[in-house]
Design a protein around this ligand. Structure first.
Ligand code: PRP
Ligand code: URA
Length: 215
């Protein structure tokens, strides 16, 4: 069970040893990108168990080989929205445990000088607002990208938006909570701070580059 952070009401941090072991391997600069990608997906899958808590369900009839009984299905469509590129690195891990979900995409990169988000792509299911949305991005640094993405989703009517990430900086958590106080943030770690280039310390470097081997 992730614990609410004492300084940030919206932040839930997964201290579970299985997640922390994998995060440590992911932080290691010597971990090759193939393993890095696998670790991110595995962590995302483990986190999904708690992130999806409270998703609306309804009863259905199901026929076992022996008799009829009552089972459960999702009552509302669930949509995953990875922020391109790096969010892609956690999406498969979530789909592995929640194959019912659809996948929308939002493309945003940070301008290297200003650190402001630059949006370049968006494609969502037309009925995305009808159910919960998991916004996916391993890194919450200044918060600019997540704030922009959550704004886009709200403009399309989404109300139940949950951010799933790997490593956060306090600066980003604060900024996101100010802009979208209703949005819960699930993370494996709250790190110390940003450096002068907007990278998280200690962090794990550039997540997109490490996932796709482009560094
Ligand atoms: C990274 C990361 C986040 C963003 C976080 O993406 O995946 O989307 O930076 O920074 P912020 O909180 O300050 O906005 P990046 O801009 O490197 O793009 P990429 O995933 O395409 O490499
Ligand atoms: N984006 C990353 O990929 N890493 C950081 O540390 C900050 C933003």
């Amino acid at each position: 069970m992730p614990t609410p952070h004492r300084d940030f009401e919206n932040l839930r941090v997964f201290g579970h040893p299985l997640i922390q072991l994998k995060l440590t391997r992911a932080r290691d600069r010597h971990t090759p990108h193939l393993e890095f990608r696998r670790l991110l997906n595995e962590i995302a899958g483990l986190m999904t168990y708690e992130v999806s808590r409270g998703f609306p369900t309804r009863d259905v009839d199901v026929e076992t080989p022996l008799e009829r009984t009552t089972g459960t299905v999702l009552a509302k469509p669930v949509t995953l929205v990875p922020i391109l590129r790096a969010g892609i690195g956690m999406t498969e891990g979530i789909l592995n445990v929640m194959s019912e979900a659809r996948v929308g995409h939002i493309g945003i990169y940070r301008d290297e000088q200003s650190l402001q988000p630059v949006a370049y792509y968006a494609k969502f299911p037309p009925d995305i607002a009808d159910g919960p949305v998991l916004l996916i991005d391993p890194m919450l640094a200044t918060g600019g990208s997540a704030i922009h993405a959550a704004g886009e989703l709200k403009r399309r009517g989404c109300r139940d938006i949950r951010l799933i990430c790997l490593v956060c900086a306090p600066e980003g958590v604060r900024a996101l909570a100010d802009a979208h106080p209703d949005l819960p943030i699930f993370t494996a770690a709250l790190d110390r701070q940003l450096n002068e280039k907007g990278y998280i310390l200690p962090g794990l470097g550039d997540a997109g580059d490490r996932i796709f081997g482009t560094q």
